[in-house]
Design a protein around this ligand. Structure first.
Ligand SMILES: [Zn+2]
Ligand SMILES: [Zn+2]
Length: 317
């Protein structure tokens, strides 16, 4: 299985600011010596060696993931603003001709998880087929709602791809092609559901939006079986620990709680996800370093790998 991240931001899209680019340029110039900019080859070597957040950005699009099975079957997780660019890529894979077919799953229908859908080009092309899965009830009505003429010029039913809606109970296991799918309700205003995808003994869990607090750690056993031994756990780490203490019941977690859960569940790779829209790349670097230090503090021998989600990140299990 593979997963590619098309949107990693929480709450609302958050483009990079001009002053942030200026600061990156200033810091890059501080790094450079005359030898680094001698010719094109030297510049290329210098650029390649720069740290991630100087050279790139974690990204401003909201939640959208592309999961691929071993046979390359496509499952899209959520339709935040990141789905627009995924849709453009899909056009080159048969969806432009109306010959595409794929599955979609929705964790919940807060704006940041559905707002890219009106800009998802494959939905407009007759012949394309989508199987849309959710645990939340009335998923079709919820998606239609944002296409009311008061909110968007094109109605949901005017988008001509064929769409089938399937509501699953939270507790049953089901399959999408070769993938086994399990779900689990997460604490989040209005409810949200996590998805666990398994294939050939490997597992990827998507667990956002989800609020776990310090006091939950004693009562977390019911989740441990679900998270147990995941190869990849993508988890809601919107806030720093301090901020989470001020934002109780806002429905999100911190990197330290996520690390506690991942360590306890024997997760192999933890991906920090659903970045706060007010955090710039520097702040996210800091969140990442603090998560690494916290893992070190909790378990020096730990083999848990921690990764920051960014747009374009691809992982394979
Ligand atoms: Zn969200
Ligand atoms: Zn939410």
């Amino acid at each position: 299985m593979k997963v590619k991240f098309w949107g990693v931001r929480g709450s609302i899209g958050s483009p990079v600011k001009g002053h942030s680019i200026r600061e990156k340029v200033r810091r890059i110039l501080q790094y450079a010596s005359p030898a680094d900019i001698l010719d094109d080859d030297a510049i290329e070597r210098f650029v390649k060696a720069l740290p991630f957040s100087l050279l790139q950005t974690y990204g401003g699009n909201t939640t959208c993931l592309e999961i691929r099975s071993a046979k390359n079957d496509l499952v899209i997780v959520d339709a935040g603003t990141g789905i627009r660019e995924l849709g453009m890529k899909m056009l080159a894979e048969g969806f432009l001709q109306g010959k595409g077919e794929c599955d979609m799953v929705f964790t919940h229908t807060h704006w940041d998880h559905i707002q890219g859908l009106p800009f998802f080009a494959p939905f407009y092309i007759p012949g394309n087929k989508f199987h849309i899965h959710a645990i939340s009830e009335d998923i079709e009505d919820r998606l239609k709602y944002q296409h009311s003429s008061r909110h968007f010029p094109v109605g949901f039913d005017e988008m001509q791809a064929t769409r089938e809606f399937i509501q699953h109970p939270e507790t049953t296991e089901w399959n999408i092609k070769g993938l086994k799918v399990r779900t689990k309700g997460m604490r989040h205003p209005g409810n949200s559901y996590s998805y666990r995808f398994e294939e050939d003994g490997k597992s990827i869990i998507f667990g956002s939006d989800a609020e776990f607090k310090l006091e939950d750690m004693d009562r977390i056993d019911e989740y441990m079986e679900y998270f147990h031994n995941a190869d990849v756990l993508i988890f809601d780490t919107q806030y720093t620990f301090e901020e989470q203490l001020q934002k109780i019941d806002w429905g999100h977690s911190s990197a330290s709680i996520a690390t506690d859960i991942a360590l306890r569940a024997g997760v192999k790779k933890l991906v920090l996800f659903h970045h706060d829209p007010s955090y710039d790349d520097e702040k996210l670097d800091e969140v990442y370093l603090r998560a690494l230090r916290y893992r070190e503090m909790m378990d020096k021998q730990s083999k848990l790998e921690i990764v920051m989600a960014y747009e374009g990140l691809e992982l394979a299990v």
